[in-house]
Design a protein around this ligand. Structure first.
Ligand code: MLT
Length: 201
């Protein structure tokens, strides 16, 4: 997959894996990486799907209606990419931390739903429930921060609660942070994610 890699600034630092929103690129979330962990390695991925020229991580049939077959296929494709990238750049797979926004949070969420070892931690900004009716893996070693909007027109608060409950039910430690700016990713939400991460959750 098209991506950008920046090595860690200190030995044994984790790897932040960045997933942009619809229409974004692998450069979009770089400022977030600097605020979350400036010493970390950065592996920032571009989605392989194009929707009217806009990069995404999987196809959708309509706004908020996912093409589930494509989502499953792209989830495996992305997981395989992470394994290959870890080998290529000599990264410790067990230190991978996802940071995703919107469509990028949804592919990161789908990776958590499918694989117990995809990420050690995940920061999901405005995610949805990626798939329903799936038996989740044991996520008891995984911590998740969810940034959500009480008035997000794309993801209703009930869906955020549902996602949190599904992840918690699989053993993950989950913190939900609420904002009131719709689907936007605000500076205060990024700060809350940084506080969560730096607090060692
Ligand atoms: C999605 O398609 O993943 C969600 O609707 C969010 C987005 O607009 O990208």
């Amino acid at each position: 997959m098209k991506h950008l890699f920046e090595p860690a600034k200190t030995p044994n630092a984790p790897t932040l894996v960045l997933f942009h929103g619809t229409g974004g690129t692998e450069r979009d979330l770089l400022p977030l990486a600097g605020r979350i962990d400036p010493n970390a390695a950065v592996l920032s991925v571009r989605g392989n799907v194009l929707e009217n020229g806009m990069p995404r991580f999987f196809r959708r049939l309509a706004e908020g209606v996912f093409d589930e077959e494509d989502l499953k296929l792209r989830t495996k494709e992305t997981y395989d990419f992470l394994i290959d990238a870890a080998k290529e750049y000599k990264l410790d797979r067990s230190s991978f931390v996802a940071i995703g926004y919107s469509n990028g949070a949804n592919i990161a969420g789908s990776l958590l739903f499918h694989y117990r070892d995809a990420f050690r931690k995940a920061i999901l900004h405005h995610p949805m429930v990626p798939l329903r009716g799936l038996k989740l893996p044991d996520l008891s070693r995984v911590s998740v921060f969810i940034g959500a909007g009480t008035n997000d027109p794309i993801c209703a608060p009930q869906e955020t609660e549902e996602l949190g409950a599904l992840l918690t039910g699989a053993g993950a430690s989950v913190e939900v942070h609420w904002e009131r700016y719709g689907h936007q990713l605000t500076g205060s939400e990024v700060q809350a994610a940084a506080n969560w991460y730096q607090g060692g959750k």
